[in-house]
Design a protein around this ligand. Structure first.
Ligand SMILES: O=C(O)C(=O)C[C@]1(C(=O)O)C=C[C@@H](O)C=C1
Length: 282
């Protein structure tokens, strides 16, 4: 090789590029082999009947897969890209196992597709009650609704009337919160309970006597051993929603001392991950 080839980037580029492309191709083949193997494993579970009768969607297990991968992630690829790729892989796997479709409130489509995959059948509806009616009628496997917000009008406060435990919250979107985002943007409602993970949030609906302050609700919850991470109130002030650590079952003994507030668990979700910058960039 002439000396100039070592110093002139234009002269070495074709060989280096060809070598890199050969490596890209080899990596892509390996990735493709692994994706085909993963899809076969997923389809095999369904074929063995292990995913019958609505047992396909396991939001807690999905959260743990993403937590594990994000925890071991290193290097220049953004964590958001890892989360997006695996959401597509998992959602595709889920649809291989059984029919899966989404009823979403208009405006939440991007969150629904980002989580459940671009090819997931989705219908949007104009009001939360229509979304929940579509879920109840079996027109969709899950419903996507905006996260509850303090003081929202009753027509928007779907959580105040959701018929739990028949329908309950099972997941929160997006799983990877953007930098600066502290709360999920939407919640997923389904006709089954979420499976527990080591870090979950439970939602408890409360009925508030007219003169009970928000502070009194917080104190009552804390005294019951359920210190809330957040309490929101409906616009009429009559319903409250407490977010607490861990999934809460209807028979949880801690609810007994709150009976005056008619506590009603409405499900919960795996705590989302934060999109933190990588610790090291070596
Ligand atoms: O772990 C399971 O139960 C699976 O069926 C696998 C899998 C996946 O592809 O990762 C698919 C669907 C579930 O929602 C969770 C995970």
């Amino acid at each position: 090789m002439p000396d100039s080839a070592l110093t002139d980037p234009a002269a070495v580029q074709p060989e280096a590029l060809a070598a890199a492309r050969a490596e890209f191709d080899a990596i892509d083949d390996q990735l493709h082999d692994l994706l085909m193997r993963r899809a076969g494993l997923s389809a095999g579970l369904a074929a063995q009947g292990m995913k019958a009768s609505g047992a396909s969607f396991r939001p807690g297990r999905e959260a743990m897969i993403l937590r594990r991968l994000l925890g071991r992630h290193r290097g220049p690829m953004p964590r958001a890209a890892i989360a997006r790729l695996w959401r597509e892989v998992i959602a595709t796997s889920l649809r291989q196992q059984s029919a899966f479709s989404v009823a979403a409130l208009g405006g939440t489509e991007h969150l629904a597709l980002g989580h459940f995959g671009l090819d997931t059948p989705m219908r949007t509806h104009a009001t939360p009650s229509r979304v929940l009616a579509a879920l109840s009628a079996g027109e969709a496997t899950v419903a996507i609704l905006p996260s509850p917000a303090d003081g929202e009008p009753l027509a928007d406060a779907w959580w105040a009337s959701v018929e739990a435990p028949r329908l309950q919250v099972v997941a929160a979107l997006p799983f990877l919160l953007r930098a600066g985002q502290t709360l999920p943007s939407a919640l997923v409602v389904a006709g089954f309970a979420a499976d527990a993970t080591p870090k979950d949030r439970g939602l408890i609906r409360l009925e508030r006597a007219p003169n009970t302050s928000r502070g009194a609700l917080v104190s009552a919850l804390a005294a019951a051993g359920l210190p809330p991470l957040r309490v929101i109130l409906s616009a009429d002030g009559m319903r409250g929603l407490a977010e607490v650590e861990g999934l809460i079952q209807p028979g949880d003994p801690r609810l007994a001392s709150l009976s005056a507030l008619r506590p009603h668990p409405i499900g919960g979700f795996a705590e989302p991950s934060l999109d933190e910058p990588p610790l090291e960039t070596l």
